[in-house]
Design a protein around this ligand. Structure first.
Ligand SMILES: N[C@@H](CCC(=O)N[C@@H](CS)C(=O)NCC(=O)O)C(=O)O
Length: 233
């Protein structure tokens, strides 16, 4: 047990939206061996948005959100930093003032700041191209969506995936030779890319990364607790 929690402390609560980024937080807590309470939220089947109940926890109503010791922490990178700093006892983070620590910080921010935006655009434009809409407008919408995808979104995703494939030529994990919480943070864009961004075994290092994380017992325990996670291949 790596946690420095005491018996009397109330449990950390993870506000977990099904099939979402908050799966990473469950996985991190499983890796750290820190006990937690899970509050599950179900997406609206039509809009795929989170239910209004999540806004009672944080004004944006997005997941993940963690409540702990009277604090509410949102934004997955901030949550990862908080949990590793408070409960990690030096695990899953490279020592300070090392090149690995700088790489760790970079990937922790890159995952949401740079990798996710083109993948989100892909989701939106796929929905515009394939979704319903006024019958008269549908061919036009489809053409515009296809144009944006082929001229901007798909090349951007390929640029990032090629960059990431190169990054894993340097070391087995993103921050260096050791598995860290930056790998947990990077898992979501890579799983999203495998589900809808064209990532497959033709990028063998990224593919092996996904296979290696999926084989981790803590990853599998988190899936059992978190429930439906359709990003998985
Ligand atoms: N950058 C934020 C993104 C949060 C976010 O957009 N979460 C999605 C889950 S994958 C969500 O809550 N979507 C439902 C909604 O927007 O209503 C983070 O990393 O925490």
């Amino acid at each position: 047990m790596l946690s420095s929690r005491t018996e009397e402390q109330p449990l950390i609560t993870v506000h977990h939206l099904e099939n979402s980024r908050s799966q990473r937080i469950l996985w991190l807590l499983e890796e750290l061996g820190v006990p937690y309470e899970l509050k599950r939220y179900v997406r609206d089947p039509a809009t795929m948005l989170a239910p209004a109940a999540l806004r009672a926890v944080h004004p944006l109503g997005k997941s993940p959100v963690v409540t702990d010791d009277g604090q509410t922490i949102a934004e997955s990178g901030a949550i990862v930093e908080y949990l590793v700093g408070r409960y990690g006892n030096g695990h899953l983070v490279p020592p300070p003032d090392t090149p690995e620590r700088l790489r760790y910080t970079y990937w922790l921010h890159y995952a949401e700041g740079s990798a996710m935006p083109p993948l989100l655009l892909k989701l939106v434009f796929d929905r515009i191209a394939d979704g319903p809409g006024p019958a008269l407008l549908r061919p036009l919408l489809r053409r515009i969506a296809q144009r944006v995808r082929s001229s901007f979104v798909d090349p951007q995703i390929a640029l990032h995936l090629n960059y990431l494939e190169g990054a894993l030529a340097r070391s087995a994990w993103f921050a260096g030779d050791a598995f860290t919480a930056a790998d947990i943070q990077m898992s979501f864009p890579l799983e999203a890319a495998a589900a809808r961004g064209g990532l497959d075994a033709t990028r063998p290092r990224l593919w092996s990364f996904l296979e290696r994380i999926h084989a981790r017992p803590a990853y599998q325990r988190a899936l059992e607790r978190g429930g439906r996670y359709a990003l998985l291949r």
